[in-house]
Design a protein around this ligand. Structure first.
Ligand SMILES: C[S@@+](CC[C@H](N)C(=O)[O-])C[C@H]1O[C@@H](n2cnc3c(N)ncnc32)[C@H](O)[C@@H]1O
Length: 280
């Protein structure tokens, strides 16, 4: 069995799903699901074109692509720790954004970037995986300009999604919580986002929710998120037994067979500002 006490965090693209490409497609669907609502909330928090933007934990580049389209005169610096995802992003973005996109393979905990560089920072589905989230938020605070903002997008284990017919997720969710926590992550990070920002020194903290519903955007947008690969991967790793996931898989099949099925998901978006003390 693997060493569960690895300090790097709870996400490894190569082992999170059954296949690397399957994981890339899951990440893509997760970006497409709620991009428009996330974009409008980011703008409401103050994101604007021409800003110098940091994207932390940028993965294969699908969210970076959306930012480049939303902000045609901005520069985006995408920081990603995982070499395989970094390479994937380099390929995917090579004909998108030109010199407006700067990809850095580095941990967000220690970027080596200059103080007071960015107007706005976004960390999407990253903090859930970080063993030291406050240290990471402090590093982002350091490289933001005074008055700059950080928006953390994440969810919380007790909020993720609701379905009709309901799925039997309790055992699987508890197991995921345990595995993530043993790897340094926190599946319940959503409820802690305001405190993480506060402890890192941010002020003017605010919190919004982005709600997606299949009656509005169609059930097809949600179905890739129900990829059972990550759960089957836990079985393969000996971290959950086939009997423990049996009722989940039955309820998942029943969900897919139901003509009137619906699904609703919740992302949280927490925003903090690097208050300009000279002006305060
Ligand atoms: C669930 S993925 C989300 C990717 C992307 N933000 C998105 O919304 O599709 C989490 C990403 O954070 C990256 N990551 C994890 N720990 C990191 C760290 N310490 N520094 C930078 N990136 C990190 C992972 O490799 C992965 O690409």
């Amino acid at each position: 069995m693997e060493n569960l006490m690895t300090p790097e965090g709870s996400y490894k693209a190569n082992t999170y799903n059954l296949e690397f490409e399957q994981e890339i497609q899951r990440l893509k669907a997760q970006v497409l699901l709620s991009w428009e609502k996330e974009a409008r909330t980011l703008k409401w928090f103050g994101l604007a074109d021409k800003m110098n933007v940091l994207e932390a934990g940028s993965g294969p580049g699908f969210f970076t692509e959306k930012l480049l389209e939303l902000l045609p005169k901005s520069s985006i610096t995408a920081v990603e720790i995982d070499p395989s995802l970094h390479e994937k992003a380099v390929d995917y973005l090579q004909d998108k954004g030109g010199d407006r996109v700067n990809r850095i393979q580095m941990s967000i905990a220690n970027t080596g970037l200059d103080d007071n560089t960015f107007d706005f920072a976004i960390a999407r589905l990253l903090f859930v995986h970080l063993p030291e989230p406050v240290a990471a938020a402090r590093e982002i605070f350091r490289i933001l300009k005074p008055g700059g903002k950080l928006v953390i997008v994440d969810s919380d284990a007790d909020l993720f999604w609701l379905t009709t017919p309901p799925m039997s997720v309790e055992i699987v969710r508890e197991k995921f919580k345990q595995v993530m926590s043993s790897r340094g992550g926190d599946l319940s990070v959503g409820r802690n986002l305001c405190r993480i920002l506060q402890e890192a020194g941010f002020g003017s903290i605010d919190l919004e929710a982005v709600v997606s519903h299949s009656d509005i955007i169609g059930i097809e947008a949600f179905e890739p998120l129900l990829d059972s690969g990550p759960i089957l991967q836990l079985v393969k790793q000996g971290l959950i037994s086939e009997s423990e996931i049996a009722s989940y898989l039955v309820s998942r099949d029943e969900f897919f067979a139901a003509g009137d099925r619906l699904m609703m998901s919740f992302w949280l978006m927490a925003c903090g500002e690097k208050i300009n003390r000279n002006l305060a």
